[in-house]
Design a protein around this ligand. Structure first.
Ligand code: PHE
Ligand code: ZN
Length: 877
């Protein structure tokens, strides 16, 4: 452990800044190894601060070298300022002044990918959350908002494109023959939204006419060889702009909107004002190189970053504890956009499945935190599924409680009231309350309480009085620092299904209806439905109306009935999941008891009728066919036994495959897409069903199926079909696997993003000496440890490789720990994210648990970055 234990910061300690920066003027003299940054900050004391004589304390980084500092025209001698612990402190300042500061930074050596860094041949920046302090000394906090003017100086032959936020206002030559370009952003913003890009880039141009008739220039920049892959992103951008006008009444504000793709990026993308920077994996798309899933991700991320222009930029966060204010809301917005663009049920199933797998696991682990955390050591660790996905669920519940119109009134008021401000989650909820005249006091507990609530439901039916009663109790398990919890306000959307698979009507609150939102807001409650004609099957939590675990003892017959008869598409899927989970967990137990796994499965008959019903949406059928994942079953297990889960899944898959071989063949053959590739809902649905069927058909061992999958691989004209075929061939260990893996690499080695897919599949591949293979991959000439996408591909593949990662000798965990230790100083954000699987150690079966723990202890004995320290120390606590 490092000498000093990194300290936590607390929400309760928030104080307004002592100083404000009205204007920020920056000059970058760009150079790979020695970039000089000159800043002129127009500073004044904050009238709202109660410390009238407070010193000026600016944030910096150990990688920023201070050359000189002046107040107005006066160059400060060394005795008049102090640099220590990454802070620049000036004790005596006037009440208003211009601070000039010259710093030296080394973009070439920036491996953390925060601040100004190099990615292949270009310069780019990443400033959220606290990256700007790695460029120059500043009040690097989101409630300090400033108008930025940025001048970039560089050699034009190598960096013909030089970009920053806002509009280009000037361009010319310097005395020594370099080029300078000046950008001005009229909107006040915090430093985390600053961006700069320079490189030899190609551009795709387009325009968008806003609702008030203004023309906005749209520009997407990439390195030359990728410019043919941004048409889909451009189209997504224009559709997002239109959608935000129609659904939220939000118009774009600048005359230009730019997006740049970079290869080396810690996250998905970044919403810098007027100059979004994207991980190329979230921007580039072409039919031959990009799968359907990746297309949908590009569309969603383009929308997400664009939507931040209002939910994040025009109205930003007061402090980083409020991160979910912009992220939860913006995820909700991008989810709604995708749902409107494609199928809302399919989108909901995908989002909920992800939430229940990964966010629920986070909520049950040592890093559990509320969507508005009360403290943190390193903010980068809090860009979590809880802040993003659960945050979106909380916004969605507000939408459910207020209805679409009420929600829109609330969002209008929020944007109007707070435009140009840095605000809190409470401000958001207040706008919702005030616009609708409602009281959300109890609801707000969702912001401060961590953990996933469990809803326990029992029922009874009285035939004589025709009343149906639901008894609902709620309980949220303890999480770190929160041993006891208060009752939450949980909206439960519900309906009743009759014996003939028809929705039953009922009377609640004196109103006859077929669907109701129950307001669960006490520890225990009873809900009475009157005039219920016969004993119903309850369809609860429709559309997943709240992020909770629902515990109602459904019988297999009831689940089969919901699966085929519920009017709520989401709950049809949900019932099928529950059925599969029950059978799989049963197999897990049999495996652990050393018994033969059951040869009976009601899923077989369930799937049989599903496949026979041609009226169903293909995408839904494909989703239902995909069994609950290894990760989801782990989340559901009290004690996680990865080997037993794997065996159970494999067994059930084979059982279904062999029982329904003919049906799968038929579905496979019936769902061929003959039109030219499009990432449309219709085509995606067909491909996903076809490939799901193919996967089962091949698993049945049928020879015709084996030829079909190899044929599909060879004939595919799009990456979805090609890669699905390859994965099926590899996962079923067909004889062609080795040859086709090599052929795939040879075909695509010039496409970095496709190489990542190959790396991932190679790493996840079950083989004798799995770890040796993985080590070889990391030595491969096309692997690059500096590129987070490549590292994530290999480590992600390892994580899916149950035999290798969870090897009982602990070698998989030791290997992961080696990578964490290696990345700890190089790129702390990535290192910290790699720790996630190890944070689950307490829930693993005892042998694996011990091995994981000892690797965590080995990591803890190193000199750690704040990022890794926080995760590891909290996991061991
Ligand atoms: N704010 C970005 C987003 O969600 C995510 C991000 C965070 C990117 C931190 C980089 C660094 O859209
Ligand atoms: Zn975001």
């Amino acid at each position: 452990m490092s000498e000093q234990t990194p300290a936590a910061v607390f929400l309760k300690d928030y104080k307004v800044p002592d100083f404000l920066i009205d204007k920020t003027e920056l000059t970058f003299d760009l150079d790979e190894t020695q970039t000089v940054v000159t800043s002129r900050l127009h500073i004044r004391r904050n009238p709202e601060s109660d410390a009238a004589t407070a010193p000026l304390i600016l944030d910096g980084g150990e990688d920023v070298k201070l050359i000189g500092v002046a107040i107005d025209k006066y160059e400060l001698p060394k005795e008049e300022y102090n640099v220590s612990n990454d802070k620049l402190v000036i004790t005596a300042t006037p009440d208003a002044f211009i601070l000039t500061c010259e710093t030296l930074i080394e973009p070439q050596n920036n491996t953390r990918l925060e601040g100004l860094y190099r990615s292949s041949s270009m310069f780019c920046t990443q400033c959220e959350a606290e990256g700007f302090r790695h460029i120059t000394y500043y009040l690097d906090r989101p409630d300090v908002m400033s108008v930025f003017t940025t001048t970039i100086i560089a050699d034009e032959s190598r960096y013909p494109v030089m970009l920053s936020n806002g509009n280009e206002i000037e361009r010319g030559k310097t005395e020594d023959g370099k080029t300078f370009v000046t950008w001005h952003d009229p909107f006040k913003k915090p430093a985390y939204l600053f961006a700069l890009v320079a490189g030899d880039l190609e551009v795709l141009n387009d325009t968008f006419t806003t609702m008030s008739g203004r023309d906005v220039a749209l520009k997407i920049f990439t390195e030359k060889h990728n410019i043919d892959k941004v048409d889909f992103a451009m189209d997504s951008l224009k559709r997002s702009m239109k959608w935000d006008e129609e659904v939220y009444g939000r118009e774009y504000d600048l005359d230009i909107f730019m997006i740049v793709a970079v290869d080396d990026f810690n996250m998905g993308a970044m919403e810098n004002k007027g100059l979004n920077i994207f991980n190329s994996s979230c921007l580039l798309a072409s039919p031959e190189t990009t799968t359907d899933d990746a297309y949908l991700r590009v569309e969603a991320v383009v929308a997400h970053e664009y939507f931040h222009n209002w939910s994040g930029n025009r109205v930003t966060c007061r402090d980083w504890f409020q991160l979910s204010l912009k992220e939860g809301f913006t995820v909700f917005r991008d989810q709604s956009f995708s749902a409107d663009t494609h199928s809302d049920v399919v989108k909901r199933v995908e989002d909920v499945s992800f939430l229940k797998t990964a966010q629920f696991a986070e909520d049950a682990g040592p890093m559990a935190h509320p969507i508005r955390p009360a403290s943190f050591i390193e903010i980068s660790n809090f860009y979590t599924l809880t802040i993003y996905e659960k945050g979106a669920e909380v916004v969605r519940m507000i939408h459910t409680l207020l209805g679409a119109d009420g929600f829109r009134k609330g969002s209008d008021l929020y944007f109007e009231r707070h435009d140009g401000q840095a605000v809190t989650c409470d401000d958001f909820v207040s706008a919702m309350e005030d616009a609708n005249g409602v009281d959300l006091t109890q609801f707000k507990r969702w912001y401060s309480q961590a953990g996933t609530p469990i809803l326990n439901v029992t029922d009874s039916y009285n035939e004589t009085t025709q009343t149906y009663t639901l008894n609902v109790s709620q309980m949220t398990p303890p999480t770190p620092n929160q041993p006891t919890k208060l009752a939450l306000h949980i909206p439960v959307r519900a309906g009743l299904i009759g014996p003939d698979n028809q929705p039953l009507s009922f009377t609640v609150d004196g109103k006859e209806q077929t669907e109701v939102v129950l307001h669960v807001n006490q520890a225990e409650q009873t809900f009475i439905f009157e005039n219920v004609a016969s004993r119903p099957v309850p369809s609860l939590l429709r559309g997943f109306s709240a992020p909770v675990k629902l515990d109602y003892g459904y019988t297999t017959d009831q689940l089969l009935q919901l699966m085929s008869g519920d009017v709520d598409g989401f709950n049809r899927w949900s019932a099928s999941q529950q059925l599969a989970v029950n059978e799989l967990l049963n197999c897990v137990q049999q495996y652990q008891a050393g018994k033969d796994l059951t040869e009976e499965s009601s899923l077989v008959s369930g799937f049989e009728s599903l496949l026979a019903d041609s009226t169903l949406d293909s995408a839904m059928v494909a989703l239902i066919l995909s069994l609950p994942s290894q990760a989801y079953l782990s989340e559901l297990s009290g004690v996680i036994d990865p080997h037993a889960i794997k065996a159970a899944r494999k067994h059930l898959r084979l059982l279904i495959a062999s029982s329904l071989e003919k049906e799968f063949k038929k579905i496979y053959e019936a769902n061929t897409v003959t039109d030219a590739y499009q990432a449309s809902a219709g085509q995606i649905a067909k491909r996903s069903l076809k490939n799901a069927a193919l996967s089962y058909w091949v698993a049945s061992g049928n020879d015709e199926a084996k030829s079909a999958v190899v044929r599909q691989y060879r004939n595919a004209d799009n990456m979805t079909d090609q890669f699905s075929a390859l994965s099926i061939i590899v996962n079923n260990q067909l004889a062609e696997a080795d040859d086709l893996m090599s052929a795939f690499f040879e075909q695509w080695k010039h496409e970095s993003l496709v190489v990542n897919k190959w790396l991932m599949l190679s790493a996840s591949r079950e083989q004798e000496n799995g770890l040796v293979q993985i080590k070889e991959l990391m030595e491969h000439p096309y692997f690059d440890i500096k590129n987070p996408n490549k590292l994530r591909a290999v480590i992600g593949g390892l994580g899916q490789n149950v035999e290798t990662f969870h090897n009982l000798d602990g070698s998989g965990y030791a290997f992961l720990a080696d990578q964490i230790i290696l990345m700890n100083k190089r790129n702390p954000q990535i290192a910290s994210r790699l720790c996630t699987p190890l944070t689950r150690w307490k829930r693993m079966e005892s042998r694996l648990s011990e091995k994981m723990k000892s690797q965590l202890e080995r990591i803890a004995s190193q000199d750690l970055s704040k990022d890794v320290y926080e995760v590891v120390s909290k996991s061991l606590a």
